[in-house]
Design a binder for this molecule. Structure first.
Ligand code: FEO
Length: 450
């Protein structure tokens, strides 16, 4: 049975929704499913705009056959070769061998690499090229790295529609709705749209900005992405979100507390900090990164202006889930945030220094103060340090910051670390007869903390 929705008088949505595969790209949980959009234009020539993921191929081919209603398929525009859109291109070309693939040169190479079809008869298009299908004329524009290098978009200058590939997509299945104005996008979909953007193309902000610049020169009345709802009203809303995300600008002034905790000491400190911030009227969100999938935490790191990372020391390093999160933020180019740190270590706290080192690899991450150090749990009276940190964060969120700003790189030696077990002897000098209280190694096995 077919499941089709009309987009315009001669454009149909013929994609599919996958509500069973638990993770998109084998990485990101999609508890609300995933849509794979494909569109069919019924002009003098027929045009298919991308195929779909294998997970929904049965529905897609039934939709396509119904939508064509006996007509031949003339063109298939390949905007993006990632298999969530091109895995069924080979099957399509077996079923509709007369169709001509329209793509750019980079896609031809990928069609060969994925062995999905014979690209020898493809119509190659470059930036600014046009194809007329009768009433409609399409212009092509490259959008490299939004999200792969071969990505291109096409613009229908007749109906003012941008076929935007991955751009403006979201996680989530389309449960009968097709248009963003048929649902409460801001309330029910924005979080998943942000999580999709940040995890899938968040690394490529400058390239997204380049696409937005090209789009700004066009009269766009509708955006048809390859995932999620179609935009035909209030386009400024989603364009504004993309503009912020691409520039790594926070959407909201507030504090995200990302913590990891093994026996609860770090969690207690994080929870007390959250209480003090809330009492100061600061919008605060917190995640246990050992429990919450990193894709959600990364998404909120893009959302909020301030982030507190709180982590135990583990095997002389950062506790694994926190290290994974920090590396993921680095790889997604997160930048322009104000941060604070809480480190924990029962005998040799080192996670503060190590988290600082990762933050130093990111652009424009500003440490508001020295890390707070816990030794197993909050010591008596240490709540005062959390209260002071809350005040520093609140002042910064409100733009009242008068605290001295410390660059992450300005970490000074504070003692000597045992190269064997990581114990830190906190002093300016190390006695020559010193013996490590943990592993009993001599002073010669120590080195200055850097
Ligand atoms: Fe939806 Fe980059 O694929």
């Amino acid at each position: 049975m077919y499941c089709i929705r009309k987009v315009t008088n001669d454009l149909l949505w013929i994609g599919g929704n996958d509500r069973q595969t638990p993770k998109f790209e084998a990485a990101h949980p999609v508890p609300r499913g995933m849509s794979y959009n494909s569109y069919l234009l019924l002009d003098e020539k027929t045009v298919l705009f991308d195929t779909v993921d294998r997970a929904v191929q049965t529905q897609f081919f039934e939709n396509l056959e119904q939508a064509l209603h006996g007509r031949k398929l003339d063109y298939v525009f390949v905007h993006h070769m990632e298999p969530d859109h091109a895995a069924t291109l080979g099957d399509l070309m077996i079923r509709y061998p007369e169709a001509r693939i329209v793509c750019n040169g980079k896609s031809v190479n990928m069609i060969r690499q994925f062995h999905c079809a014979d690209p020898n008869h493809a119509i190659l298009v470059n930036e600014g090229d046009t194809i007329s299908t009768g009433r409609h004329t399409f212009t092509f524009a490259n959008a490299p790295m939004v999200h792969w290098p071969e990505v291109m978009v096409s613009y229908d200058s007749t109906d003012k529609i941008l076929f935007s590939a991955d751009a403006f997509g979201t996680f989530g299945a389309l449960n009968g709705v097709l248009f963003a104005d048929e649902l409460d996008f801001d309330r029910d979909w924005l979080d998943e749209a942000r999580r999709y953007y940040t995890n899938i193309v968040g690394k490529y902000g400058p390239q997204v900005a380049a696409l937005l610049k090209k789009a700004a020169g066009l009269d766009i009345q509708m955006i048809c992405p390859l995932h999620g709802p179609v935009w035909r009203k209030d386009l400024g809303y989603i364009l504004d979100k993309y503009s912020k995300w691409a520039a790594y600008e926070p959407e909201e002034q507030g504090v995200l507390i990302a913590f990891a905790s093994i026996y609860g000491g770090t969690e207690t400190a994080a929870a007390i900090l959250a209480c003090r911030l809330s009492e100061l009227g600061i919008r605060t969100e917190m995640y246990d990164v050992s429990v919450t999938h990193y894709s959600y935490v990364l998404s909120d790191c893009f959302k909020y202006s301030h982030i507190v990372f709180a982590s135990p020391t583990f095997n002389n390093g950062i506790f694994d889930p926190m290290e994974h999160l920090l590396r993921d933020l680095l790889h997604h180019n997160l930048q322009n945030r104000k941060v604070a740190l809480i480190q924990n270590g029962s005998w040799a706290p080192a996670s503060g220094k190590l988290m600082t080192q990762v933050l130093c690899e990111m652009k424009n991450m500003e440490l508001l103060q020295e890390p707070i150090t816990l030794k197993s749990a909050l010591a008596p009276g240490q709540e005062k340090e959390l209260e002071e940190l809350a005040q520093v964060l609140a002042a910064s969120v409100k733009g009242e910051a008068s605290t001295p700003v410390q660059e992450p790189a300005a970490d000074k030696p504070k003692g000597f670390v045992c190269k064997i077990c990581g114990f830190i002897y906190e002093s300016d000098t190390l006695p020559p007869d010193f013996v490590c209280p943990i592993c009993r190694r001599p002073a010669s096995d120590f080195e200055p903390v850097t």
